[in-house]
Design a protein around this ligand. Sequence first.
Ligand code: HEC
Ligand code: HEC
Ligand code: HEC
Ligand code: HEC
Ligand code: HEC
Ligand code: HEC
Ligand code: HEC
Ligand code: HEC
Ligand code: HEC
Ligand code: HEC
Length: 331
Amino acid sequence: MRAGSALAAALLLITAVLLPGPASADDPQQDAAATVENPSGATAASGYTKKGADTCLKCHDDESDTLTFNLAGLFKTAHARRTDERSPFGSGGLQCEACHGPGAKHAAKGEALETINSLKANSKLPVAQRNEPCLTCHQDQPRMAWHVGAHDRDQVACADCHQLHVQRDPVLAKPTESEVCFRCHREQRGEFQQASSHPVRFGSMTCSDCHNAHGSVSEAMLIKPTVNQTCYTCHAEKRGPLLWEHAPVAEDCSLCHSSHGSARTAMLNKSPPLLCQQCHSQAGHPSVAYTAAGLPGGGGGGSIFLLAGGCTNCHTQVHGSNHPAGAKLLR
Ligand code: HEC
Ligand code: HEC
Ligand code: HEC
Ligand code: HEC
Ligand code: HEC
Ligand code: HEC
Ligand code: HEC
Ligand code: HEC
Ligand code: HEC
Ligand code: HEC
């Protein structure tokens, strides 16, 4: 961390021109003891530095860039938008300290992690406290159910998914979002590699098409109240209205489909006839081959209904039918 590098100097200049407060880089020790107001109007007594970002940038210049920390990156994000009053760098904003909390003590001493909220897993602060600064500004509609969601319950932090110091946060882009999720959800990575699966691995679809990572009141944090309503957002034709409904379809798509993917065609849980025989007995026409003799050519007469996974060869309209004669889902 070498103060005075070209980038830090440029940033200092920008903040000096656009933000209130003197341009000169004073001794941080003075900031800690300062009685003068910081750009936001917060007083030093509350633990905030006098000059906000200018103080931090003296030590945290581009020489201190790491994989997750890119100083120039931060200044290209929505958070550094000076024209947006709601943003940390908007006029009157607390700048770095809007997220990292009061930093005067830290700025005076440098090092000591206890003196600053790193927002990362290395922080000694409990997760709820780490998330608090973010929720101060972001407890809006998309995160209404944050506190009932599985992620809050299981101590997942905002910064476990979000990177704030890079120009493009990977979790916000469709092709890269799932990689962030797979860091913790390994089993699901496997499911989306199956022969038949939603095209997440091709980047044309992603987890947040069906889930709200910020929590929801639905099962599995789905974006809609039920599994079916979630599916209808894309497969609208399955909603009907249908003249002849197939009861389980209207009830829950996941009775027959694995939502992420499966080794069978059409992401089916089981292959017909087994799939169908979970619910349908022999009533009407034989649908169960009790012995090999029950198959055609088996010597016992045999049932043609069981050939080649059978059922859907004739009952082609498994999702329901609009044909006047489609009661048996045959057309
Ligand atoms: C006097 C130099 C100095 C100033 C001024 C300073 N820091 Fe630091 N900061 C450091 C050093 C050195 C570390 C590394 C601590 C460690 O690794 O133990 C650090 C660590 C951090 C960390 C945690 C990094 C991690 O890896 O967990 C954050 C966040 C941070 N500083 C933010 C700020 C903010 C915000 C300001 C302005 C309010 C600020 N710093 C001002 C020297 C400074
Ligand atoms: C919008 C919130 C936000 C603002 C504003 C912000 N940070 Fe951060 N900062 C974070 C988060 C979250 C992390 C955790 C690392 C990450 O992004 O994944 C972090 C990490 C850091 C780290 C540790 C980086 C590492 O790789 O270990 C330092 C140092 C730091 N910030 C300094 C600053 C300074 C200096 C400023 C002001 C110029 C600032 N931050 C402004 C949210 C913010
Ligand atoms: C001082 C208020 C404030 C704080 C604190 C704050 N944000 Fe923001 N954040 C904003 C504003 C304003 C925007 C821009 C919103 C918009 O454009 O509608 C934003 C945008 C975002 C975005 C979207 C970025 C994009 O490119 O679309 C994410 C993600 C985000 N914030 C996460 C966080 C996280 C995580 C934290 C805590 C580490 C945090 N924010 C802290 C005010 C804040
Ligand atoms: C499990 C991963 C994950 C966690 C944890 C997480 N987010 Fe997000 N966040 C996402 C994803 C994915 C998106 C983009 C898709 C979307 O908007 O649902 C996003 C989008 C956002 C956005 C921009 C769009 C919007 O919803 O306004 C903001 C702001 C945001 N997150 C803030 C936060 C805050 C604050 C926290 C912590 C309380 C947080 N996030 C925790 C994954 C996460
Ligand atoms: C830091 C680790 C972590 C990351 C990253 C993460 N999750 Fe999670 N997620 C968890 C934990 C822990 C749980 C709760 C235990 C469980 O169900 O496995 C969970 C649960 C879930 C659940 C089940 C909710 C329920 O009510 O049963 C869904 C859905 C989910 N996560 C989606 C996502 C999505 C989408 C992403 C990426 C945007 C993501 N997760 C990223 C840790 C993580
Ligand atoms: C097409 C919609 C859809 C997509 C895309 C999707 N999920 Fe799901 N997910 C569901 C449904 C529906 C459930 C509820 C379980 C069920 O009934 O099948 C679920 C359940 C889960 C669960 C709870 C445990 C389980 O398997 O039942 C986790 C964790 C999860 N999803 C993570 C993810 C992750 C991570 C991604 C992105 C890689 C993702 N999901 C993409 C629909 C989806
Ligand atoms: C965001 C849009 C979207 C949502 C939501 C969605 N799907 Fe899909 N679904 C797709 C796309 C895209 C395909 C791939 C179509 C293709 O490959 O031609 C697909 C394909 C399928 C397939 C056929 C797979 C195959 O191999 O033929 C099934 C079955 C399916 N989805 C079931 C569901 C279920 C069940 C849900 C609800 C849990 C759901 N979908 C939610 C977009 C979506
Ligand atoms: C009773 C079992 C069952 C239920 C319930 C079910 N499906 Fe299917 N689905 C099937 C079968 C069997 C196939 C394969 C059809 C074939 O091979 O001709 C299929 C195929 C599909 C396909 C790919 C072919 C096509 O028709 O577009 C999609 C998409 C699909 N289902 C979506 C859904 C959705 C959405 C729901 C919930 C509204 C749902 N399914 C409920 C059995 C079911
Ligand atoms: C989760 C249970 C379940 C599964 C799995 C299931 N069905 Fe059904 N099916 C039903 C119910 C319930 C009805 C309505 C029965 C009634 O109205 O008496 C029904 C009705 C039907 C009917 C119309 C029957 C009539 O008397 O009008 C046909 C044909 C049918 N199913 C075929 C299939 C086929 C083919 C499959 C496999 C692809 C299948 N079903 C899978 C539960 C299921
Ligand atoms: C060769 C064509 C064919 C195959 C294969 C077939 N069905 Fe049928 N199924 C029919 C016909 C035709 C009817 C209507 C019979 C009637 O109206 O009396 C029917 C009727 C039904 C009914 C309604 C019950 C009744 O008594 O009307 C159910 C349930 C059913 N089939 C389930 C299945 C299942 C499960 C399978 C797979 C194990 C299957 N079918 C395979 C032709 C077939």
